[in-house]
Design a protein around this ligand. Structure first.
Ligand code: ZN
Length: 351
């Protein structure tokens, strides 16, 4: 599953690269820094040397954010609010017993759909959805409520239990633990692909699980973003050493091409929230932070940033507004987050 040589480019296999940036752990302070290199052949930015599986496990010794968001009551409240109930019946219309026959209602619902139930998928294919790295499954649970056959994969045992308790079918482990006889219309990687050592193999495995015309949808940080250019190693989504690979629109396209999927769409999304957090690190950590050898000193400084990051000050609110406004004028590839949709156009081996 993993390359035996942990210095070769995970995308093209080249051994030639240049130092790109030196980063630090912005959550769980460590004495050492982390070096990212840029492949001379394909421009992929990756941690150098690549960590081993054993090392990766030590990166998650803290309560990792994505496992902890939200609660199910809030999801239900939101879900059965007036407007969303209307959308469920008339736009998503996947629960046959509640499906509206009115074309007018369907038309109105379609127009309204942009205002509600953000980031949810409308019915697609046979509504089979797999979320890789599903955390506690709340996002999947919303799809289950919409009539999807929603399933997930998750490594963390606690998160798995939470998701299973919601009535979801969850595979504990990695995508390799999902039976290949399963087929899905949409497979999602929500902030996952930047954490894996072998994105090429991971996506190839996902492709085997796709139905004909099935989609892979990924969200991941964009190293070509305005935020990275402005904040460099203080850029919040850099997140070494957990983010092993830093993709750009160019390198993620290259990855999808190599897997043999068709790129349907790549665009970027600006995130003012990440700008605010990055700005705090930039402001409170001196430029020579990476030269500090004293772990206690590092810890104090990082904890200070974490504390500041939790507070919403008047200044940070104004800065957020400015950033939202500013992002309208940026190059379309400059957003903090990459959203990628790739399609499986092969029909032979699938059902
Ligand atoms: Zn390369």
């Amino acid at each position: 599953m993993n390359s035996t040589n942990n210095t070769l480019c995970p995308l093209c296999g080249s051994s030639t690269n240049n130092t790109f940036i030196i980063g630090f752990d912005r959550v769980s302070p460590k004495k050492e820094n982390f070096t990212y290199v840029k492949c001379k052949e394909c421009n992929l930015v990756f941690l150098y040397p690549l960590p081993t599986d054993k090392e990766i496990k030590t990166f998650y010794d803290i309560d990792y954010g994505p496992h902890q968001y939200g609660n199910v009551d809030k999801v239900n409240d939101r879900h059965f609010s007036f407007i969303n109930k209307f959308l469920i019946n008339n736009y998503f219309h996947v629960q046959s017993n509640t499906t509206s026959k009115s074309r007018l209602k369907k038309y109105i619902a379609k127009k309204l759909s942009v205002f509600a139930l953000k980031n949810l998928f409308a019915p697609y294919g046979k509504n089979r959805l797999l979320d890789v790295g599903c955390g506690n499954g709340l996002w999947l649970y919303q799809h289950l409520k919409l009539g999807w056959h929603a399933e997930g994969v998750e490594m963390n045992a606690d998160a798995c239990k939470k998701a299973t308790d919601l009535g979801l079918n969850i595979y504990q482990g990695t995508i390799y633990d999902v039976p290949l006889t399963n087929k899905y219309d949409i497979i999602t990687f929500n902030h996952v692909i930047e954490h894996v050592l072998d994105p090429l193999e991971t996506l190839s495995q996902a492709k085997k699980l796709l139905a004909p015309n099935g989609l892979i949808v990924m969200l991941l940080p964009n190293i070509d973003s305005y935020g990275f250019k402005k904040f460099s190693n203080c850029w919040f989504p850099l997140d070494p050493p957990r983010h092993i690979i830093q993709f750009s629109p160019e390198t993620i396209r290259h990855l999808i091409d190599k897997v043999g999927l068709n790129v349907k769409d790549i665009h970027t999304i600006p995130k003012a929230r990440f700008m605010i957090k990055s700005r705090i690190y930039k402001k409170y950590l001196s430029n020579d932070f990476i030269n500090i050898n004293d772990l206690t000193k590092r810890r104090t400084l990082i904890e200070e940033c974490l504390k500041k990051g939790k507070k919403q000050t008047f200044e940070s609110k104004i800065y957020k507004k400015i950033m939202i406004f500013y992002s309208y004028f940026l190059n379309k590839n400059s957003g903090e987050i990459l959203k990628v949709t790739a399609q499986n156009n092969e029909t032979s081996s699938n059902m």
